[in-house]
Design a protein around this ligand. Structure first.
Ligand code: ASP
Length: 445
């Protein structure tokens, strides 16, 4: 019974995604280039765009994203506190953090190196002679010192209010450690936080149940206005990025998972499906945190003491998909502007892109801002970004799905290596499914 209900939830989310894309594509065909379709009715003119695209889809889609984001700060704070104080030996935190950060940086470096190699072989920029019309201003790359200092909040409430995840993580870790060291008082507060955690996770479940509609509206709206006329010149660039993303998700991650844990990568990928769809529809690893947490703990069996730490950390500092886009884009822009890159330039790109990903939040489109930093480091024209902006929306969605897959994989590897992992849960295809159904019956009692 539970199985049927659950598989219907996963099926509903997939259905929401597919029908959203189809309806969006249909509306794009009906109303090309942002035009409108007005149907004269008896009393008034009915605007399809105003009612559906700017109305229903926009309102429900945005409410869905906001509700996900609403949960991020409280969820990360509460579950990380629970995670930290449940780790008997809090000195282990340094080891766990070291492993997670190390794996995150290594996978990002692999991703960008592979992407640049592929781009050099395929040469997507050869023969494309485009002029940049839009200007794009870059942000300064933060220095390592700034990144480190900025991790510590001078006011935790400002960090909460701004959703600054690294600062929230640091504050929660320190608070959790202090609680673990506070004896009876710490235990009392811990039990309150544990109850809070239950309630917040329940809210995530409730949201998962309305997700098919949210996903449908977001994708229908996005695909109605997805500009595809720019694809002509950029098709090779687009395909190279897309291909590299697919290879990274379906070959690099499975191989790493198998090598480090011996677990079955197919099971892992199957369990990632819902989370990847959330990431695809929201283009934000940050907004997907609640779903990634639920998947890694309830479906994959990683203990909350690890996942509560590595998932938000990954959503903030680990962006393999983004690094892939940046690698291909750098080579593409260099080719378009006929500038040769030296080996030192390539190494600079790998290093800058890997370091730039730290401290940059997982929100839509942030990859392009980081790309501006990378281009500046090797003296390429930042205006080059204007060339690829047209096809970036769809790539942003796809790379975000890769980003969260990377976060989950590292979470599983760290969890397994720290013995904070339940293999039976991982291998059980039904794991975590019963919690996805909300039982309202007891409300009547
Ligand atoms: N949207 C991506 C994320 O949230 C970041 C990016 O590449 O723009 O992970």
């Amino acid at each position: 019974m539970a199985t049927d209900q659950h598989s219907s939830l996963t099926r509903r989310i997939v259905t929401g995604m597919v029908t959203g894309i189809l309806v969006g594509a249909f509306l794009q065909w009906l109303m090309p280039n942002g035009s409108d379709l007005v149907i004269p009715l008896y009393l008034f003119d009915f605007s399809v765009r105003a009612f559906f695209v700017d109305g229903v889809f926009e309102v429900i889609g945005q409410i869905f994203i906001s509700s996900l984001q609403m949960l991020v700060v409280p969820l990360v704070f509460v579950s990380l506190i629970c995670g930290t104080c449940s780790l008997r030996d809090t000195t282990k935190l340094g080891k766990i953090g070291g492993k997670a950060v190390g794996l995150y940086l290594i996978t990002t470096a692999i991703a960008i190196s592979f992407a640049m190699t592929l781009a050099m072989i395929v040469s997507p920029g050869e023969g494309v002679n485009m002029t940049a019309e839009t200007t794009f201003t870059s942000k300064e790359a933060p220095s390592l010192a700034t990144v480190l200092i900025d991790m510590f909040p001078s006011n935790p409430f400002t960090a909460f209010a701004q959703g600054n995840m690294l600062q929230v993580i640091v504050f929660a870790l320190l608070f959790g450690i202090a609680m673990a060291l506070s004896g009876k008082a710490g235990e009392r507060i811990a039990s309150i936080f544990q109850d809070m955690n239950e309630v917040i996770m329940r809210l995530v479940t409730i949201l998962m149940n309305v997700a098919p509609y949210g996903v449908f509206c977001l994708l229908a709206g996005l695909f109605t206005d997805l500009s595809i006329e720019t694809f002509g010149n950029l098709i090779v660039y687009f395909l190279v990025v897309f291909f590299a993303l697919i290879i990274h998700a379906f070959i690099t991650y499975p191989v790493l998972l198998k090598v480090f844990t011996g677990l079955n990568p197919v099971t892992f990928l199957k369990k990632m499906r819902d989370t990847a769809i959330f990431a695809f529809s929201t283009s934000s690893s940050n907004a997907t945190i609640p779903v990634t947490m639920e998947t890694t703990t309830k479906k994959m069996g990683v203990n909350n003491s690890i996942a509560s730490f590595t998932v938000p950390l990954g959503a903030t500092i680990n962006m393999d998909g983004t690094a892939i886009m940046q690698g291909v884009a750098t080579v593409f822009i260099a080719q378009v502007f006929s500038q040769d890159l030296t080996l030192a330039d390539y190494l600079t790109v790998i290093l800058t892109a890997t370091l730039a990903s730290i401290g940059t939040a997982g929100v839509p489109g942030v990859g392009l801002i980081m790309l501006a930093m990378v281009l500046e480091q090797v003296g390429l024209p930042v205006e080059g970004i204007a060339l690829i902006i047209g096809v970036d929306r769809l790539l942003d969605m796809t790379r975000t799905a890769v980003n969260v897959t990377g976060d989950s994989m590292v979470t599983v590897i760290v969890g397994k290596s720290e013995d904070q992992f339940d293999t039976d849960t991982f291998n059980d295809p039904e794991a975590g499914r019963n919690i996805e159904n909300i039982d309202f019956h007891h409300l009547k009692d």
